[in-house]
Write a protein that binds this ligand. Structure first.
Ligand SMILES: Nc1ncnc2c1ncn2[C@@H]1O[C@H](COP(=O)(O)OP(=O)(O)OP(=O)(O)O)[C@@H](O)[C@H]1O
Ligand SMILES: [Mg+2]
Length: 1053
């Protein structure tokens, strides 16, 4: 399977994981993290991830080329050492997801590709582990992405930091303060559709567990002139448009506003109320929700919106000149709304708008204003109202962000992380007082940046015991001094001009400048310039040579803006406002304060000094934002614009400082860990100190003494090429190592598997053997015990039942019973039965009986009626003949033949005779022996001869039958002697007489005679038959007149 890797926009190389085949190596859900140093191998493709590794580090072209190559690949972040350079991509790169946050959490700064979150995490970890306050300074020109970066940082902290034990809402408030501040302090400019028109420094407080517990915002110099005037293509602050677009009908009605921004003069100056990239309606919803989150009550929102509306009404307030050219308010409707919304007295307000109160020699004088002055006063009021409301808003947000635990002892252990999102260096066609202040601010920050960078660099060298080599860089202190120096600085001169009595104008200020600082190398005016340069300078302009380039400022408005004049009576009116926000914004103490308020420039200077102090007290981190083009287009890299920013952001300077000594530095442990495979002595493990290991390693690698230095904890490599050569060697080494590791791993893996299987087999075998052995032993033991018990039982078998013989006796019984089951008699005639043990004799007998009964019952059940008849007859025959007649046993197996004849089987003549008259039988003596048929009818015995009925004996007359006990076949039917119709007894010979007669069941008297039978041969003539046993049947007439019958003796007898 091929290893698929992908370069994602952050410059990270990730392993593509098959959706259906989870990759076990993946650290995050989507891939394997490849360290930044590993990514150095891809440097040809995406430039260098750290400018410090640029071979030609003094070349601006090489610097920009590296930026371009990376930008083309959507790699917007690059380091200069610890400084992050970010290029605005103007498109959503999907690099700020939760996954990215996780990827950058808790990893070393250099182990991951450059990213904003890497800086955020490093700063946070330093804050937690070293417990030192941190400051992230984000700088860059308008539209470079400072505010975006600040928001992403806040989002990172809000999502990845642990939640505080109490006051979890702080996180939401920190996040939600942004949309509110942006609505009131941001506006669309030509450079940025969401340009911050104020400087912002935000402190986030973390408790000792690293949870955000509070925050504080400092704002700097809101560009309030925007309230009354916007350049073409620009807008006023977002909040005005948001309110008009998104505000509910009812709200607008109450505020006296129309939904159309075109109706308001303060909103139409730039002629672009609608911007495609801005959705005011949606933004309004976000702001309204955010206001609730940051603790605004409904009343406060109402008051705030009243002020916003009043600014719009002020813009529409018109004046007309009366006969004396004094201004009079003409827009009564607007005026009416204004008094209501601002909560001021109508007449006082009217007077304040059209008059100026002057206090001269303790006396108050009212001087009417002309049209121009009235308009000026109105605009000044609008600006003052708006800017003070903005300041109040920041205060209000701060109150909601303030930690509730500020008094608790744990509060002292909180640490602070500052985020500075301040306006970048600005150069316009026409630069005024605001640009002067902004650029001065940037000079200060640049100075701080250089100082701190150099300082940290120097500190590191000192800490590592490496000789500090002076770095050549431009120190802009000279420009800062030019602006801020006491008495001689531009701000001092401006203040002086503002305060001095007499006719001071912008031009007199310029002259004063020319007089005072004409020799300064960074200052130039039309008058001071040489012939050639003079052409590029107007008479009312001065030029400063900032560290970032030349900027020409027009002095027009400098005095005015610096003075920030608001007429006293307007202030008084506002101080008496019933709008709670206004009354807080305009404090009465201001009126009684005899001291002149500080000028705007001085205030700004002071606040900057304060800011520098704050920043100096913290550990700094830098994010330098670059804007790639003016068209706000993704993918466009405008080289001229970028070169300009690289210059004024001092990035080359920064790089030079960083590279002044060494291009690359790394802790010994990390360096050794990475490159130890390149030296046989350090591979695979180095037992000694890492520093010694590194020394051995670099010697083996052939580093020349000028190429590197060994510090206390780090190695410093002077040239990138040395590092790259080492990296290339590592790459080659890795290939062979990978093969070796794979081979050993496979061997190890399979051997482990084999050993596991072997162990398992042995285990199973021994277990099974054990089981078998145990089973056998148990069986033997059981057998021995059984035998012993049997023998013992056998010995004591005759003794009464006791434990010793119980088993034996039971065994004998059960085995008898079990055997009995197999040895039961098969049929009723089978008399066999096993011999029972003495104890079971009775039971055996009962069982035998039961068995027999059962067999008999079964046998009986299976007998057919015919068979039953047979048996019945057999039983009768048995009763009669058994043991008495010799040939009885021979007759037993022969079945009785059915004696019933059908009518067709009997001669019709016989039938006729039977049906009509009685038959007479005549005894004819034994000599006339003839075959006859003996018929048994229901009522009589009939003897038939040749279809003639010879004799009929009614059963009632049949007195008995006599037979001998021998095996002859003679029998005598005895007839009643009284019956005269009869001829006497009948002697018959038939093998089956008994069956014939007895089956008819008509004879109750059968005699079995021994020796002889006497019969009646007719009236008065009795005969005797003598029976003797002999060898064969012989019937003869004996001499004594008896019938002598010799009957064969049968064996069975
Ligand atoms: N990292 C980024 N990813 C995507 N888009 C960005 C990024 N940074 C900036 N942008 C785009 O650029 C615009 C301008 O950025 P931003 O408002 O942060 O500039 P800024 O430096 O604060 O400017 P200003 O000084 O005027 O306030 C943003 O509205 C956004 O559209
Ligand atoms: Mg901004």
């Amino acid at each position: 399977m091929a290893l698929q890797v992908e370069l994602i926009p952050t410059g990270e190389i990730i392993r593509v994981v098959h959706p259906h085949r989870p990759c076990k190596l993946a650290l995050g859900s989507d891939g394997v993290r490849v360290t930044m140093e590993s990514a150095l191998t891809a440097r040809d493709r995406v430039g260098v991830q750290d400018f410090v590794l640029l071979e030609n580090f003094t070349s601006e072209a090489a610097f920009i080329e590296n930026l371009r190559r990376r930008f083309r690949e959507n790699l917007i972040y690059t380091y200069i050492g610890p400084v992050l350079v970010s290029v605005n991509p103007y498109r959503d790169l999907q690099i700020y997801t939760r996954q990215h946050m996780e990827r950058y959490r808790g990893v070393s700064f250099y182990e991951v590709p450059p990213h904003l979150f890497a800086v955020a995490d490093t700063v946070y970890r330093a804050l937690r582990t070293e417990r030192r306050d941190q400051a992230v300074m984000i700088s860059g020109e308008s539209g470079a992405g400072k505010t975006e970066a600040t928001k992403r940082l806040l989002q990172f902290y809000a999502e990845t930091c642990p939640a505080p034990e109490r006051g979890g809402a702080v996180r939401d408030r920190l996040l939600q303060s942004n949309p509110v501040l942006e609505a009131f302090g941001n506006a669309k400019t030509l450079r940025n559709d969401n340009s911050s028109r104020f400087g912002k420094y935000m402190d986030v407080q973390f408790d000792f567990k690293g949870a955000p517990v509070g925050g504080h915002i400092l704002s700097y110099l809101l560009e309030k002139s925007r309230v009354v005037h916007q350049n073409h293509g620009e807008r006023n602050f977002h909040i005005f448009y948001q309110l008009l677009e998104g505000g509910e009908e009812e709200t607008l009605r109450r505020l006296g506003l129309e939904r159309n921004p075109q109706s308001y003069l303060y909103l139409v100056k730039g002629q672009c109320a609608k911007v495609s990239s801005i959705n005011d309606k949606n933004d309004w919803k976000v702001v309204r929700k955010a206001l609730t989150v940051i603790n605004f009550t409904e009343d406060e929102v109402e008051d705030l919106l009243s002020i916003v509306a009043s600014v719009l009404h002020l813009g529409n307030l018109h004046f007309a000149a009366d006969e004396e050219s004094n201004a009079q308010v003409t827009s009564e409707n607007q005026f009416k709304y204004l008094t209501r919304l601002l909560g001021v007295d109508g007449s006082t307000f009217r007077e304040a708008l059209t008059h100026r109160k002057i206090i001269a020699k303790g006396e108050e004088l009212l001087s009417p204003l002309n049209l121009e002055q009235a308009a000026y006063a109105r605009d000044a009021l609008a600006k003052a109202v708006y800017s003070r409301t903005f300041t109040w808003l920041v205060g209000k947000i701060n109150r909601s962000l303030a930690s509730k635990d500020a008094q608790s002892p744990s509060w002292r252990s909180t640490t602070v992380l500052g985020l500075l999102d301040i306006y970048g260096f600005e150069v316009f066609q026409h630069n005024s007082f605001e640009q002067f202040c902004i650029n001065y601010c940037n000079e200060k920050l640049q100075q701080l940046f250089i100082e701190l960078t150099l300082k940290s660099e120097q500190e590191e060298y000192e800490a590592e015991g490496i000789a500090w080599e002076p770095v050549q860089y431009f120190n802009n202190k000279i420009i800062c001094d030019l602006v801020e120096e006491k008495f001689k600085g531009i701000i001092s001169i401006l203040d002086e001009e503002c305060l001095r009595p007499g006719e001071a104008t912008d031009l007199t200020f310029l002259e004063k400048l020319e007089d005072t600082i004409k020799h300064h190398p960074h200052f130039l005016t039309h008058k001071l310039a040489d012939q050639r340069t003079r052409k590029s300078l107007g008479r009312g302009e001065f030029r400063l040579l900032h560290y970032a380039g030349e900027v020409t400022y027009s002095v027009t408005g400098f005095l005015d803006k610096n003075n920030d004049l608001l007429f006293r009576n307007l202030k008084e009116t506002m101080c008496s406002s019933e709008n709670p926000i206004m009354s807080q914004c305009f404090d009465r103490s201001e009126l009684s304060d005899k001291k002149r308020p500080e000028t705007v420039a001085t205030q700004f200077k002071m606040s900057l000094l304060q800011l520098v102090e704050i920043l100096q007290s913290k550990e700094p981190a830098y994010i330098r934002c670059i804007k790639p083009n003016d068209a706000k287009q993704p993918g466009r890299f405008d080289e001229v614009l970028i070169r300009h920013q690289v210059k004024y952001l001092g990035l080359m300077e920064n790089l030079r400082v960083r590279r002044a000594g060494f291009a690359y530095r790394r802790k010994y442990e990390a360096f050794l860990q990475r490159y130890k495979s390149l030296c046989p002595e350090t591979w695979p493990t180095w037992a000694g100190r890492p520093q010694d290991g590194v020394a051995v390693l670099v010697r083996h690698l052939g580093y020349k003494p000028e190429e590197y230095k060994m510090g206390r904890t780090k190695i410093f490599i002077r040239f990138p090429k040395t590092l790259f050569a080492t990296e290339d060697a590592l790459e080659v080494r890795r290939q062979s190592l990978a093969t070796k590791i794979q081979a050993s791993w496979r061997g190890f893996h399979w051997r482990q598997k084999f050993l596991r299987v072997k162990r398992s087999a042995i285990c199973i075998q021994s277990w099974w053997r054990g089981t078998l052995g145990r089973r056998k032993a148990a069986k033997r033991k059981w057998a021995a015990q059984t035998i012993r018990r049997l023998i013992r039982g056998f010995i004591l078998r005759h003794a009464p039942r006791c434990p010793e013989n119980a088993f034996f006796l039971d065994h004998v019984r059960t085995s008898f019973l079990l055997n009995l089951r197999r040895q039961l008699p098969r049929n009723v005639l089978d008399t066999s039965w096993p011999i029972p043990p003495p104890a079971l004799r009775e039971a055996s007998e009962l069982l035998r009986e039961l068995c027999m009964k059962n067999m008999v019952w079964k046998y009986c059940r299976s007998i057919s009626p015919e068979w039953k008849q047979q048996l019945h007859q057999k039983a009768v025959a048995s009763e009669i003949f058994k043991g008495k007649k010799d040939n009885y046993p021979q007759s037993v197996p022969r079945l009785f033949i059915s004696t019933r004849l059908g009518a067709d089987e009997i001669s019709p003549k016989v039938l006729q005779a039977l049906g009509t008259e009685p038959i007479q039988v005549r005894h004819r003596g034994w000599r006339h022996r003839r075959p006859r048929q003996l018929l048994l009818t229901p009522n009589a015995v009939v003897i038939v001869e040749d279809a003639k009925v010879k004799q009929r004996i009614d059963y009632t007359n049949l007195t008995g039958i006599s037979v001998s006990s021998l095996s002859d076949s003679l029998f005598v039917l005895h007839v009643q002697r009284e019956d005269n119709k009869q001829k006497g007894d009948v002697v018959l010979q038939s093998d089956s007489y008994s069956r014939r007669l007895f089956s008819a069941d008509r004879v109750n008297n059968i005699n079995i005679n021994q020796g002889s039978i006497t019969y009646a041969g007719g009236p008065g003539r009795d005969g005797i038959i003598d029976f003797t046993p002999g060898s064969e049947l012989l019937i003869t007439k004996a001499k004594n007149g008896h019938l002598a019958v010799v009957a064969p003796r049968l064996n069975s007898r």
